[in-house]
Write a protein that binds this ligand. Sequence first.
Ligand code: GLP
Length: 251
Amino acid sequence: MKKIQIGSQTAHVGEGEEICRVLADEVEALLKARAAEGKMVVLGLATGSTPLPFYEELIRRHREEGLSFANVRSFNLDEYEGLGREHERSYWAEMWKNLFDHVDVKPENVSVPPSISEDADVASAEYEAAIAEAGGIDWQLLGIGGEGHIGFNEKGSPVESRTRRVTLARKTIVDAGPSFGGEENVPTHAITMGVGTILEARRVVLMARGASKREVVRRAMSGEVGPEVPASFLQNHGNVGWFLDHDAAEF
Ligand code: GLP
């Protein structure tokens, strides 16, 4: 994997498989080190298509090499409003299908923001409290949306934002349309960790794949830091890793 400088930031550029291996190495080292001390690891996890091969690599290591997730406490970034956990497009269902069902994580140690709640403000505050109670996030995985969102922190999300109910941007709904069998089926709202919540993670890793992310990655890494491209706030995180495949990195 090669390192390239983009503005003030360093990107790790390689083949998709190589990126997944390197990131799985990070997680494996963290899990093993903490397990040796009898301690938990708090992972912040993401959905979308980008992390899928990374989750496959974690599952492979669990199956073939015995990597254990018994000391994992996880918090997902976000969830669509109104679908319910059973809905196949809910992030809850996607996380179980793509990772949790295949490793030895304890079900009670897995959290995804609620898709249905009586009061989204209360549910958001409870989510924040649970993260704090777990000791904060050790290792946070992110993808990036077409307009530079992280989680569902759309354009305009302030740096100090916390977990909250948000309205999805038009572009986000259009991008999600095909997987919902049409834009009209995509929820209009979601609950997401805030930019501030994400920035408190001790390590943040952003993965981007494909030419469609090229321009937004460039803006996030070397453009002005601000709510116009929420991923740009990561420039000021002291321990962020930008992992790009060749298509996403060819500026
Ligand atoms: C959704 C998720 C984001 C994700 C983004 C990109 O909006 N809420 O967390 O990063 O999609 O998805 P993909 O990885 O499929 O491009």
